[in-house]
Ligand binder design. Sequence first.
Ligand code: NAG
Length: 267
Amino acid sequence: MKFSILALLPALISGATAAPKPAGTLAKRDAPKVYLAGDSTMAKNGGGAGTGTEGWGQYLAYSLDIEVINDAIGGRSARSFTNEGRFQAIIDVVEPGDFVVIEFGHNDGGSLSTTDNGRTDCFGDGEETCISPTTGETVYTFVFYEVEAGKALQAKGANVIMSSQTPDNPWETGTFVYEPTRFVGYAKTAADAIGASYVDHGQYVADRFEALGATAVDAFYPNDHTHTSPEGADVVSAAFVKSVLCANDGLAAHVKNATSSVPGSCV
Ligand SMILES: *[C@@H]1O[C@H](CO)[C@@H](O)[C@H](O)[C@H]1NC(C)=O
């Protein structure tokens, strides 16, 4: 999908200029909800990534005492989730005390030098901008898109959790290798910029996968090195739960499971 800069601007501006209301004036609903913003690795049916795949967001509800709304969608980046109005759709419905988990990175890489797939972010971790060689659109950084969405969500009274992307199969070569992408660090940069929570989901998944070993983990990847089976998604979800419990984030109060009962160690 292509979007002109004119189509993009109102969404960015409304997010950027929404006046934050004092938290005390916002009435919380009885039970908060959890909204998930992400890509195929989080999405229902693996975002259509292929038969036998599932996204981890489909498993999170089993560990929580509150409702999870999985708005993740395959193929999206922080940029395209923004440009398609998908953050705005969550901003529109979120209520004070709700939680929003934002996890991107798998589709954010690439170069804008000669082509533009509509997903690639401008390189950098701040206010850098690029011009799309395809549409002429001004393209912002991963951090910019996550910060703009996070600020608008916080202005509605939501608790924003920036989560680092999941690793591709770290056993792919037969030897365990986990090298976080730059988007892992960028997610923390975005969280720190707006005082949001940060969980290093990628590291928790990597640690679990290292402990489970090559045979078990290879079986979690039926089609490629990115998209997990339902069994793999359940483990990836548990790693997220562990990261939330270890961070003692506000969401931790809604986790049914004791920290010690969830496999793995706090990072
Ligand atoms: C937490 O407990 C529920 C059962 O109450 C279970 O379905 C879920 O998988 C557990 N989550 C984790 C992360 O162990």
